[in-house]
Each structure stands twice: as structure tokens, then as C-alpha cells.
Design a protein around this ligand. Structure first.
Ligand code: ADP
Ligand code: MG
Length: 696
């Protein structure tokens, strides 16, 4: 592939394509909308639609769709062809401005958490001109927001765009205070690193748990796991390499800056990291990455698993959300500067993030909650459910010196210039990294590491943007009215850091001591999704979101309901799948193996009473006990599922799933896994962990 610059973005109606195909005034109006968040002039919609259609048809597209992100966390499309009868028995290819800006998909099949009464099945989609249209599968995809007819948002894009507006406004106030008159916009930027598993498709097909739930519900550990660490950054197998190459190429065509592909810690696990971009686009792109991973894997005879924990006892998959703030003039605002003024601005922004995270730990925790991620957080492979921040030695020293009013001093003093006008000057620290921290400052950005691999990155970014914006709002108000700006600034930073430094923790987050220490510090520890979700509708959080018009109270309640429902449905589906596998596959396999062993024992005995049948007898005896445990656990689980499903109250249902179903599922699994280790491979009904993890 030596034509990468040529194919990059070739399937995107991007700036280049627009410039080429739109009259200059139309182009300028559109660009103002895209770059400065100005409202779109409706007069130009027909011109844009026509240019877009002509471009798409030249690229081979026959259909168009509004592409949106409902609350299922994946994307949705409804395809229409461009074909329109011309009235003379032929057709013409048409696409109007109206079709571009508004769509009316039947919304009844998407979750609304009670926002859309069933008689009002309609919802509508509205073009988001800040995200470029693109072509996928011969279809012109138009990124859109998705709302109910009452105007409530039913998607992950609308509130994200709102939160970006809010932080833009507040961050600009701060920049003006520091004399920056050039920047006209502050954007949040994100680079999400995506982990995933690849296994052989034929083996995948043989397991109902993988097909229905995207994770294994049974499976004894393979003799070889990840203990030798030989997979991490190891050579990539040819089949995986072919997959990665095609994936990169398809992503590049869509303008996705796929940059690094490598193996991860667990066998069969890999990672893709794109170059960062502005948050709404990064969110769209991450959805495309996940979708294409699945599709392209399939073409290569592989199955891509995006579940947070596909295999028990093997590292699960996460998503690292690297987040920063940048001006439209290209300045990264979380880059420590090399002048006292820049440093002061940096320290103020840093203090704002620290305060925001400390005050809204619970909300951040909510955004990484799901049945799948519960299996991962705190399991010595991912951060625990306690939110804390890592800043690195140097920054921590500086913060301590600010809090204690001591002068900041370090051994290698020639690298540091100390005692500048307002605050100390320092260099960025990228060497010291703490891989166990949920939210680590990594030199010029924050890396939020708690997301599960299948998540949309929208929610965590909505929370980061909105909470930081609220703090900046408060800071700006205070500083704008200060008589002595420098003195007030110094006091504000000191005050904020003193009050919120409990959230900073540079030690090992996986350790048991940290759990105790965090409790002493008063940090929240919401262990499971069921514990975390009710925080969405806590008063202070409703106030935050409504104050900045990110969500209405109704929208928050609807999201709460949807997340609860999603949790319960996931666990119930897993339980039902386990039951089916136990009754139709596992128990029959054990019985038939035991039966054959018994017959062998009998015929041995008939041959001669001197032949030992000890192994057969003991095995049959043990398996018989395990079969009973399996059977009984299955019966109990069946009743528990029925009971949970019958519950009228969604909070109660989720609690039943957590407290009744999960323990029974664990019992069922441990009996089956024990049996797996005793039953001959020829009888076991599906591929084992060894087969799945080392199949490629
Ligand atoms: P790692 O975390 O594996 O050491 P890097 O530090 O190179 O890797 O970057 C990880 C991710 O962070 C990449 O996706 C990168 O694009 C993203 N990133 C880098 N700078 C920024 C930034 N200013 N804003 C948002 N994301 C960023
Ligand atoms: Mg990383």
C-alpha cells in the first residue's frame, strides 16, 4: 500500500470534498457552522444535499442513511435509496435538503426509558454538520442526532455536543483572563485506545455463550494462560496481520486516524489506537472502529470479541479515553508551559480537573458501569471501582509545595527554574507512569482507564466536559471580579488543591491497602453497576446537568431506567443461555460419558473380576455428584430468572440479578468447569479455553 495519502479520507465528504463541490459562499457558511458552532443557514441545505449526493454516487453509493447513536450504545441506520420516479417510467437519483437535515425513523424499537409513549413511535434524526458524512457499504451515511418528538434526546451524540459547547464557553472565559484574545474556540480532544480479542470463527460458532452474550459463560482455565507474558507486543500472527491491514485500510478510507496496532497482555488480545481528534468525531470514529472490527474479522474467518471480559481468569478488554483541551489555534491547554503565565494557566486548569473529578467521582463511576465491566473493574487487571488520579512525582511535589507554601525544590535543580513570579516553572513529566490508576495525567492529557471495551465513549466525555466546565465557570466568575488577579489566582489554586488533594493517589491502585486508605479519605467505592446507577438521579447531579442544559431531569430519569434495564437484560440473557447450555449440552455430555465408562467397567468385570475398575468407578461417582449439583443449580436459576423477570420495579429487578442470579450462575459454572476437566475431550460439547485462546 503506497497510496495511503490518496485513500485517506477518500470515502468522507470532508473539507476538501466540500471545497471542491460547493459554491464558495455555501462552503464558507457551512465551515462557519462546523468550526464556530454557528447555526446552519437553512437556505444552503439543498445545495449541500445535491453536492453530497453527486459525490456519493460518483463513489458508487446507491443508498443513503441517517447514521445515529441510540442509547443501545451501538449505531443505527435506516437505508433509503436515492431512486425517485421521474414520472415517465424511469428513475432519477434524488436527495433533497430536507432528507439531508431531517429523518423520521420508526423509533419504537430503540430504548427511550419511558420518554416516548408507545403510541408516539416516531422519533426524528437531525443532521450534525460538525461530523462529516461518509460512505460505508455503498451507502452515504449522514451523522445525526436522534430525538423524540417532544424534543428529548434519545441518543449519545446530542448531550455530548451540548457538553462540548458548555466547556468551550467556560474555558474561553479563563483564556481571556490570561490575556489570550486569539482563540475563538476551545475543543476537547480524545484518543480512545481500543482493546479486543480475535478468535477462530468456526470455534466461536460452536459456542452459544459467545454467539448470544459475546463472552464465555463456562470454561475451565487452559493449562497455559498469560503468565508467561509472551503475547504482549509479540509478533503478530499472519492471519491477524491480514485482518489488521485490511482494518487499517478501511478505516483510513473513512478518515479514521488508525495509528498503532499491537498485541495485548492476554493471548488472542490486541489493541488499536487512533491519533486523537475532537471528541464528537473521536466518538463517531470509535463506533466505526468497533463496527468494522467485527465485520472485517468475519471476512477473515475470525470473530472479534468486544466484551469487557470474554474469558474468566484472563485479562479483559478496556478502552482508554485520553482526554485533553485544545484551542482552535492548536494549543494543548493541558501542556505545562515554559513561562510563569502559561504555568499558572496550566495549574489552574489542572486544579479544575482535580476538583471536578473529586466532586463528581460518582458520576464518572456511573459512566463506566455495565454488567460486563463489573467483571473487570477491581480484578487486578483494571482499576478498582474507586476513582482516583495519578499525577506523577514531579507534579505531585509541586502540588504539595503549593499546599504547604514551601518553595518547590528538587535535586536536579538545573532542570527546573524555581521561584518564578507566581508559580514554579517545571518541565513535563512523561517518564513516571502508573498503569494501575483510573485517571492518570500522562504529560499533556488525562487518561481515563476504566471504560469497558464495548462502551461508547460518549458518556465519560459528557461527564468530564460538564463537570470541568462547571468548575471553570466558578473559577472564571471569581477571577473576573478579583482586584488583584495574581493574588486571587494563587489563592484559588492553593485552596482548590488543599481541598481536593484526597483524590490524588500515586500508589498501587490494585492493592488492598488502597481500598482501606480510600475509605479513610472518604472516596466513594461503588462496587457494582447496581450500586452506581442510582447516582445519576442524585440531586446534585441532576442540578449539574440541568444547569448547563446537558440533560433535562426527564432525560436523566430515562437514562437511569435504560441503564438498569440493560443491566438486568444482560444478566438474564446470560442466565438463560447458561441454562440452555447446561441442559442441552453439558449435562447430556456428562451423562453419556459416565454411561460409557460404566459399560466399560461392567464389561471389564465380566472379563475378569481381577481387572481394576477403580478409575471408571471413581470418575462416574464424582461426575454423578457434579451432575446433581449442576441440575439443582439449574433448577434454582430457572426459578430465579422467572422471579427477576416478573419484577415490576426495575431497580428491584437489577438487584435480584446481582444478588440472586449471579451467585447461582457462579455455582452452575464452577460445577460445569470441574466436570470439563474430567470428561474426555471427545465428549465435551464445545471448544475449550485452550482451543479458543490459542486457535489462531
Ligand atoms: P500510551 O498511552 O499507550 O503510552 P500515547 O501516550 O502515545 O500511548 O497515546 C495514547 C493515546 O492518547 C493515543 O490515541 C493518542 O492519540 C492520544 N493522545 C495524545 N495526545 C492527546 C491529546 N492532546 N488529547 C487527546 N488524546 C491524546
Ligand atoms: Mg494508554
Amino acid at each position: 500500500m503506497n497510496n495511503i495519502p490518496e485513500i485517506f479520507g477518500s470515502m468522507v465528504f470532508d473539507d476538501k470534498a466540500m471545497k471542491k463541490r460547493l459554491p464558495i459562499e455555501t462552503y464558507n457558511t457551512l465551515i462557519r457552522t462546523i468550526h464556530d458552532g454557528k447555526t446552519l443557514d437553512t437556505d444552503i441545505k439543498n445545495e449541500v444535499a445535491k453536492a453530497m449526493k453527486d459525490w456519493a454516487i460518483e463513489k458508487g453509493a446507491t443508498h443513503y442513511t441517517h447514521w445515529f447513536q441510540p442509547l443501545t450504545g451501538v449505531t443505527a441506520e435506516k437505508h433509503d435509496s436515492f431512486i425517485t420516479p421521474d414520472g415517465n417510467g424511469s428513475i432519477i437519483m434524488e436527495f433533497s435538503g430536507r432528507e439531508l437535515i431531517k429523518g423520521e425513523p420508526d423509533a419504537s424499537s430503540f430504548p427511550s426509558g419511558g420518554l416516548r409513549a408507545t403510541f408516539e413511535a416516531r422519533g426524528y434524526t437531525a443532521w450534525d454538520p460538525t461530523s462529516y458524512a461518509f460512505i460505508k457499504d455503498d451507502t452515504l451515511c449522514i451523522p445525526t442526532a436522534f430525538c423524540s418528538y417532544g424534543g428529548e434526546s434519545l441518543d449519545k451524540k446530542t448531550p455530548l455536543l451540548r457538553s462540548m459547547e458548555v466547556i468551550n464557553k467556560q474555558a474561553l472565559r479563563i483564556l481571556r483572563l490570561f490575556g489570550n484574545t486569539e482563540a475563538t474556540r476551545v475543543l476537547t480532544t480524545v484518543g480512545p485506545e481500543q482493546e479486543y480479542f480475535l478468535i477462530d470463527k468456526q470455534m466461536y460458532e460452536k459456542r452459544e455463550d459467545l454467539k448470544f452474550c459475546d463472552r464465555t459463560l463456562y470454561g475451565a482455565p487452559a493449562p497455559k494462560g498469560q503468565e508467561k507474558d509472551d503475547h504482549y507486543f509479540g509478533t503478530i500472527k499472519p492471519r491477524v496481520m491480514a485482518f489488521m491491514k485490511e482494518l487499517d485500510k478501511e478505516l483510513w478510507k473513512l478518515g479514521v486516524l488508525a495509528k498503532t496496532e499491537h498485541n495485548e497482555a492476554a493471548p488472542a488480545q490486541h489493541e488499536l489506537a487512533p491519533i486523537f481528534t475532537q471528541t464528537n468525531i473521536a466518538t463517531d470514529h470509535n463506533q466505526l472502529i468497533m463496527e468494522l472490527m467485527k465485520k472485517i474479522a468475519d471476512k477473515h474467518g475470525l470473530a472479534c470479541l468486544l466484551h469487557e471480559k470474554p474469558f474468566a481468569g484472563v485479562n479483559g478488554s478496556g478502552k482508554h479515553n485520553n482526554w485533553s483541551l485544545s484551542t482552535n489555534t492548536g494549543e494543548n491547554l493541558l501542556n505545562p508551559g515554559n513561562t510563569p503565565e502559561k504555568n499558572a494557566q496550566f495549574l489552574l486548569l489542572l486544579s479544575a480537573v482535580i476538583k471536578a473529578v473529586d466532586e463528581y467521582q460518582d458520576l464518572l463511576r456511573v459512566t463506566v458501569s455495565s454488567a460486563g465491566n463489573d467483571l473487570r473493574l477491581g480484578g487486578n487487571e483494571a482499576p478498582p471501582a474507586i476513582i482516583s488520579m495519578f499525577l506523577g512525582d514531579e507534579l505531585s511535589d509541586i502540588i504539595n509545595s503549593i499546599i504547604k507554601d514551601t518553595s518547590y525544590d528538587r535535586k536536579d535543580a538545573d532542570k527546573m527554574k524555581i521561584g518564578a513570579k507566581v508559580l514554579p516553572t517545571f518541565f513535563k513529566d512523561t517518564t513516571d507512569r502508573n498503569r494501575t490508576s483510573p485517571l492518570a495525567f500522562t504529560g499533556n492529557k488525562f487518561e481515563f482507564r476504566m471504560l469497558g471495551s464495548s462502551f461508547s465513549i460518549s458518556d465519560p466525555n459528557i461527564v468530564l466536559n460538564t463537570t470541568v466546565a462547571e468548575v471553570l465557570d466558578e473559577f472564571a466568575t471569581r477571577l473576573e471580579s478579583a482586584e488583584d488577579f495574581s493574588a486571587e489566582l494563587k489563592m484559588l489554586i492553593k485552596e482548590t488543591l488543599t481541598k481536593h488533594s484526597r483524590i490524588i493517589f500515586d500508589g498501587n491502585n490494585y492493592s488492598q491497602e488502597w481500598v482501606l486508605d480510600a475509605e479513610k479519605r472518604g472516596l466513594s467505592n461503588l462496587k457494582t453497576t447496581v450500586d452506581a446507577l442510582p447516582k445519576i438521579i442524585e440531586r446534585k447531579n441532576i442540578e449539574l446537568f440541568t444547569k448547563y442544559k446537558i440533560f433535562t431531569e426527564k432525560e436523566l430519569y430515562s437514562r437511569y431506567e435504560i441503564m438498569l434495564d440493560e443491566y438486568s437484560k444482560t444478566i438474564e440473557l446470560e442466565a438463560l443461555t447458561m441454562l440452555e447450555m447446561a441442559k442441552k449440552d453439558i449435562i447430556p455430555a456428562i451423562i453419556s460419558y459416565s454411561g460409557d465408562l460404566s459399560e466399560i467397567a461392567l464389561s471389564k468385570k465380566q472379563l475378569s473380576r481381577k481387572i481394576s475398575t477403580e478409575v471408571e468407578e471413581k470418575t462416574v461417582e464424582k461426575l454423578s455428584l457434579l451432575t446433581s449439583s449442576l441440575y439443582n443449580a439449574a433448577e434454582k436459576l430457572k426459578l430465579a430468572v422467572e422471579n427477576a423477570k416478573a419484577s415490576e420495579d426495575s431497580k428491584l429487578e437489577a438487584a435480584l440479578c446481582k444478588d440472586e442470579l449471579i451467585p447461582l450462575m457462579n455455582t452452575l459454572r464452577s460445577a460445569a468447569d470441574e466436570a470439563e476437566l474430567m470428561v474426555s475431550k471427545d465428549y465435551w460439547p464445545f471448544p475449550t479455553y485452550g482451543d479458543l485462546l490459542f486457535s489462531i
